[in-house]
Design a binder for this molecule. Structure first.
Ligand SMILES: Nc1ncnc2c1ncn2[C@@H]1O[C@H](COP(=O)(O)OP(=O)(O)OP(=O)(O)O)[C@@H](O)[C@H]1O
Ligand SMILES: [Mg+2]
Length: 397
């Protein structure tokens, strides 16, 4: 149905029977549209007619400015209700041509106004059509705004839940863990025999891994909130740290041959040891995890001096499933897992590499990947041995 064929319900509120008749005449003459007109002679009767209209609020109201019981702004305020939104479009018919009266009714919520003295069939019809169109647009904007607000509420709720989760994890989980660690070290002093001591060592290692995971979770929440980590820099030997990690991983990966090739015997930089441990740990566990058939995992360590900066280079190469070209750009994003991982049953959350990238970049370094599907991957980390001060962060590409 074309708009002009739709039948509109109009409420005319005017105390003068002559003016109501004139409005009716002009409306019917002014357009091809059909109208159902309801008339009221006071503000109160008009409001009742609008509120109680069968089929909901009318398409438009034509409201006389001066009524026996109220002026147009009062009727508009009553119609606006507590939320100030109103129920339908209103055109105010003013007795005078005054612009000030017009502005007053517009700010009270009318969509348009028209002076009775210059009212013609054409101008009245246009005012009603414009008011209905403008009203529809405002409703659409309001609906969009409400959706936006709802989305914002959901997002804020999610942030609140995340913060609560982080505080739960960081405080409530740490307490039992600390008790466990304290218990283990107490038992270590007892004479338990070799087997007992072996069990204790494994328990201590698991407790330490759990502690590291809690730290990682807290860091992830902080990084996701866009807050840089407060790095605790101290002289850290990357060679020693890597060798210790290889030892830890080799036991659990008998099908893999983890080899280290290092030019320097030690590679010391001013780094956050705990975070750097996480970087190498994530890269090494990925190399093992994503080469489920086993094979060689090679770790190369080098140092290189460029001008006044000494760089540490760490390269981890595996012979696993590799990463598609499309995914290579994505795998460093939070919670992003490659197609290669998703089509297997290999477990993961997609936070390892994003954390690696953020930690390395906060040290003034960079991380990159070179990979071929079905052949394997090489992840390369470049770290300056002295990170730039946090005020001048170096964002590597
Ligand atoms: N060495 C690798 N070989 C093949 N694919 C890899 C390798 N390392 C990472 N990927 C791909 O990159 C994705 C992201 O790695 P990331 O370490 O961030 O997450 P994850 O291993 O899936 O989970 P987790 O958060 O437990 O580490 C992986 O899901 C996988 O698709
Ligand atoms: Mg991973």
């Amino acid at each position: 149905m074309r708009p002009s064929e739709q039948r509109w319900r109009i409420v005319v509120i005017d105390d003068s029977p002559d003016d109501r008749a004139e409005i009716r005449r002009l409306l019917l003459r002014g357009s091809a549209r059909q109208y159902d007109l309801v008339e009221a002679s006071t503000g109160a009767a008009g409001i009742r007619a609008i509120r109680e209209a069968a089929g909901g609020p009318p398409d438009c109201v034509i409201l006389d400015y001066h009524l026996p019981d109220a002026d147009a702004p009062e009727v508009l305020a009553e119609l606006a209700g507590p939320d100030g939104n109103g129920v339908c479009p209103v055109v105010v018919a003013t007795g005078s041509n005054g612009e000030a009266t017009g502005r007053a009714v517009l700010s009270a919520g009318a969509q348009d106004f028209i002076g009775k003295s210059w009212m013609t069939a054409e101008s009245l019809t246009r005012a009603v059509e414009n008011a209905v169109t403008r009203w529809a647009m405002v409703q659409a904007l309001r609906a969009g705004d409400a959706r936006l607000r709802a989305a914002l509420d959901t997002a804020q709720q999610a942030v609140r839940s995340r913060d609560e989760l982080v505080s739960l994890v960081s405080h409530d989980l740490r307490n039992p863990l600390n008790a466990l660690v304290a218990g283990i070290s107490l038992l270590e002093d007892e004479a338990l025999g070799d087997e007992g001591r072996g069990v204790l060592r494994r328990m201590a290692r698991q407790a330490q891994r759990m502690d590291e995971m809690i730290h990682e979770l807290v860091d992830v929440a902080q990084l996701r909130a866009g807050v840089p980590l407060a790095l605790t820099l101290a002289d850290t030997d990357l060679v020693q740290l890597t060798r210790a990690l290889i030892e830890e991983h080799q036991d659990g990966a008998p099908a893999h041959r983890i080899e280290v090739r290092t030019a320097p015997l030690s590679l010391v930089g001013s780094w956050d040891g705990r975070r750097l441990h996480r970087v190498v740990n994530n890269l090494l566990s990925n190399a093992i995890k994503y080469s489920p058939g086993g094979g060689r995992v090679q770790i190369e360590l080098e140092d290189a001096t460029e001008g006044a900066t000494t760089w540490a280079l760490l390269r981890i190469t595996d012979e696993g499933m590799g990463i598609s070209t499309d995914d290579q750009a994505r795998v460093f994003q939070w919670f992003s897992r490659g197609v290669n991982a998703r089509r297997t049953t290999i477990q993961g959350t997609g936070i390892g590499l994003a954390g690696v990238r953020d930690i390395v970049e906060q040290h003034g370094g960079s991380v990159s990947v070179h990979s071929e599907e079905g052949k394997g991957s090489t992840f390369t980390v470049r770290l300056p041995t002295r990170p730039p001060p946090p005020s001048a962060p170096h964002r590597a590409g």
